[in-house]
Design a protein around this ligand. Structure first.
Ligand code: MEV
Length: 435
């Protein structure tokens, strides 16, 4: 067992929110203004929101928490997570602590190319179209790069064009689909690649004398994968075997694979939201990647190797640290500072690592004690609020609901309503204290 150096972030959950902010500010080197953004003292400017989307009527607050104990590629990273679900952050932190003590997290990337698709829906002369596209490949790449000079100046741009032949599902002939392969540097790249695809359309129609249909990026970004590996050394064989068995279940059954992957995304989506990234794009990419063999598979794999438990994550994770709202959303800016990342690739690898650790925590709980007790213990505060408890009644309610959970092994809203009525009977001043 490794002895961990004492971190500023130790025991964060036992502190008040203000003390917690002090520690986070110091650990991440945040400015007083960053702190005001996080604490809500500097409210989110509604005028900014008005420019993000249409028909704005308000903003929708989601709690922003931090997961601790992540040592990724040898660096301690504080993970900002914007999420409404109880127990995700507690589980991530507890599991990361276990990994930090007993093992390690390593990450890497495979490739850096995103894909834009230019579709020719019903090609009359496939051989001719393929030949002219092939002959003019260099010119098409040059034309593509001419519409993204800023990206080219930063070292990115279109690198290659591939042609795919796809039979139409209605048996009415063939489609040709051009894949425009582009290095987006630190952008997610959707706007860049969509513009490139549309700009190529007239030239492709002219060259081939065929009609171009859709011009749009693909979210199945399999030319740009984020990978993470977690090792727990000399794991308790029963725990290791349980986690391995849980993975086999997910490999054999798509009903289980869907839930397994939801547990992984519990770790990833909150980081995407906190950093202003397009989580729908990442979700679509990960699910499509998991179905690439024709059967829906788990995105992670856990195996016992000798006495060690070894887990892997590999999937497309197209994120950006520039572009989109990452630069214009004040909280996203602070979240990126907290993570200490400038590069999209680093952010993607952190997401992969947190997803893998989150999955490990869920599988460990599910294959040993189950998740109900731990989750519901933390969820009692939500039940109390749903039952109508005032802020000052929540601790007493949590205590009472905790006892119900201990006794009955389950707890629900009816229990919360009964507990609240009982609390107010025994302490009639309870409800009026804040008025
Ligand atoms: C709940 O949000 C996530 C889990 O269902 C994941 C899993 O079953 O692996 C616990």
């Amino acid at each position: 067992m490794k002895k961990l150096a004492h971190s500023l972030l130790e025991g964060l959950h036992r502190l008040t929110r203000s003390e917690r902010l002090d520690r986070v500010q110091e650990f991440c080197g945040l400015s007083p203004e960053d702190r005001r953004v996080l604490s809500g003292e500097q409210p989110f400017p509604i005028e900014v929101a008005e420019h993000f989307i249409e028909n704005v009527v308000g903003v929708f607050p989601i709690p922003l928490g931090v997961a601790t104990h992540f040592h990724i590629d040898g660096r301690e990273v504080l993970i900002p997570m914007a999420v409404e679900e109880t127990s995700i952050i507690a589980a991530a932190s507890a599991t990361a602590k276990w990994v930090a003590r007993e093992g390690s997290i390593r990450t890497y990337s495979k490739g850096n190319l995103i894909i834009g698709q230019v579709q020719m829906p019903n090609v009359r002369n496939v051989a001719h179209a393929k030949r002219v596209l092939h002959e003019n490949r260099g010119d098409l790449i040059a034309l593509a790069n001419a519409c993204i000079p800023g990206l080219v100046a930063r070292g990115g741009g279109v690198r290659d064009i591939a042609i795919r032949e796809i039979a139409r599902p209605d048996d009415e002939g063939m489609m040709l689909v051009l894949h425009i392969l582009c290095d987006p540097c630190d952008a997610m790249g959707a706007n860049l690649i969509n513009q490139v695809c549309e700009a190529l359309k007239p030239r492709i129609e002219l060259l081939t004398d065929e009609r171009v249909g859709l011009c749009i990026l693909s979210n199945l970004v399999d030319g740009k994968l984020a990978c993470a590996e977690v090792i727990i050394r000399n794991v308790d064989p029963l725990i290791g075997k349980g986690i391995e068995e849980a993975t086999l279940f997910a490999k054999a059954d798509p009903y289980r694979a869907a839930t397994h992957n939801k547990g992984v995304l519990n770790g990833i989506d909150p980081i995407l939201i906190a950093t202003g990234n397009d989580w729908r794009a990442v979700e679509a990419g990960i699910h499509a990647y998991c179905a690439r063999s024709g059967s829906y598979q788990p995105v992670t794999d856990w195996k016992m190797v000798g006495g060690d438990l070894v887990g892997h994550f590999e999937a497309p994770l197209a994120v950006g640290t520039v572009g989109g709202v990452t630069r214009s959303h004040p909280v996203a800016q602070v979240a990126l500072k907290m993570l200490g990342v400038n590069r999209a690739d680093e952010l993607a690898r952190i997401c992969a690592a947190v997803g893998l650790v989150q999955n490990l925590g869920a599988l460990k709980a599910l294959s040993t004690v189950g998740i109900v007790k731990g989750h519901m213990q933390l969820h009692t505060a939500n039940l109390a609020i749903a039952a109508g408890a005032e802020v000052h009644e929540i601790s007493a309610m949590r205590e009472r609901l905790g006892k119900v959970l201990e006794r009955e092994k389950r707890v629900n809203l009816s229990d919360a309503l009964a507990c609240l009525a009982d609390l107010r009977k025994t302490d009639p001043t309870a409800v009026s204290q804040i008025h």
